[in-house]
Design a protein around this ligand. Structure first.
Ligand SMILES: Nc1ncnc2c1ncn2[C@@H]1O[C@H](COP(=O)(O)OP(=O)(O)OP(=O)(O)O)[C@@H](O)[C@H]1O
Length: 232
C-alpha cells in the first residue's frame, strides 16, 4: 500500500509568551506512517498531544523539528517548514480536516457550505449541490434545513454539516478530530459507513476518537501517543 503520511521525529513545544516564555514540551520523536486505504487512530489520555499532532500535519501548529511528509499529487513533500503557500495548496488538494466544530460563514446555506469544497475543486454548481444534498440526506439533515445557514442548527446538526463538508471532497488524506463526538447512535453508524467507504476509495485517514466502540469499528491500527511524551 502506498504511504500517504510519513512522520519522522516530529516534535512540538509550546512557548507561553504571556507567561514569561515558559516552554511546554508536548511531543517529540513522533514517527509513524499512514497508508492509502487505512484508518489509523491516535490513542492516549487527554492532554497527551493527539490534537497537536493532527494540527501539525494540517499546518495549524508549527512543527518544531523532524519531518511531516505527505504524498501530494504522487510526490512526497515535507510540510514541516514548507512555505505557507505550499501548505495551503496541500490543504486544498490533498488534506481534509474534519474538526469537531463547524466554523460556519453567516448567511451561507447548509447546502452551499457542504458543496463549497467541490466547487473549489472545479465541480459544476449543479453537481456539487446534488452531491451535497445526497450527503446531507444520508446524515439525516432534513431537507427543510438545507437552505438555512447552519449557525442556528443544534450541536449535532452542525457537526453533521461539518462531516458532510469534510467527506464530500475527494482528497486522498483525511484528518478526523472526534468526528462522532456529539452524534446519536444512528448518525455515528452513518459516519462509520462513510469512513469505510473512504477506505475502499483508497483514502488515508488519521483519526482521534474517544468512543471505544467506534475506535474498534474504524481503526486498522492504533498509534499510542504516550510513547511520544516529551519530558518537561
Ligand atoms: N495552542 C496551545 N498553546 C499552549 N498549549 C497548548 C496548545 N494546544 C495544546 N496545548 C497543550 O498541549 C498539550 C496537548 O494538548 P492536545 O490538545 O494535543 O491533547 P489531546 O491528547 O488532543 O487531548 P484531548 O484528548 O483532551 O483533546 C496539553 O497540555 C495542552 O494544554
Amino acid at each position: 500500500m502506498t504511504v500517504m503520511i510519513d512522520i519522522e521525529n516530529a516534535e512540538k513545544t509550546f512557548t507561553m509568551h504571556l507567561q514569561g516564555g515558559i516552554s511546554l514540551p508536548v511531543v517529540r520523536g513522533v514517527s509513524f506512517q499512514v497508508k492509502a486505504g487505512e484508518c489509523v487512530v491516535l490513542s492516549g489520555p487527554s492532554g497527551a498531544g493527539k490534537s497537536s499532532i493532527l494540527k501539525m500535519i494540517f499546518g495549524n501548529y508549527r512543527c518544531d523539528g523532524g519531518r511531516i511528509n505527505v504524498r501530494h499529487h504522487g510526490e512526497m513533500i515535507n510540510l514541516a517548514g514548507a512555505e505557507p503557500r505550499a501548505v495551503l495548496t496541500a490543504r486544498r488538494e490533498t488534506i481534509g480536516y474534519v474538526s469537531q466544530f463547524l466554523r460556519a460563514v453567516p448567511r451561507v446555506a447548509a447546502l452551499d457550505v457542504v458543496a463549497e469544497p467541490l466547487l473549489a475543486a472545479g465541480v459544476s454548481r449543479e453537481d456539487a449541490r446534488a452531491r451535497a444534498g445526497a450527503l446531507l440526506g444520508r446524515l439525516n439533515i432534513p431537507e427543510r434545513l438545507w437552505s438555512l445557514p447552519p449557525s442556528t442548527f443544534s450541536g449535532g446538526e452542525q457537526q453533521r454539516v461539518n462531516i458532510a463538508r469534510g467527506f464530500i471532497s475527494d482528497v486522498p488524506i483525511l484528518l478526523l478530530d472526534e468526528p462522532t463526538a456529539s452524534l446519536d447512535a444512528a448518525n455515528r453508524a452513518v459516519v462509520v459507513g462513510l469512513i469505510a467507504a473512504k477506505k475502499r476509495d483508497g483514502a488515508a485517514m488519521l483519526a482521534i476518537v474517544h468512543d471505544d466502540e467506534i475506535r474498534a469499528e474504524i481503526a486498522d491500527r492504533t498509534v499510542d501517543v504516550t510513547t511520544f511524551a516529551a519530558a518537561a
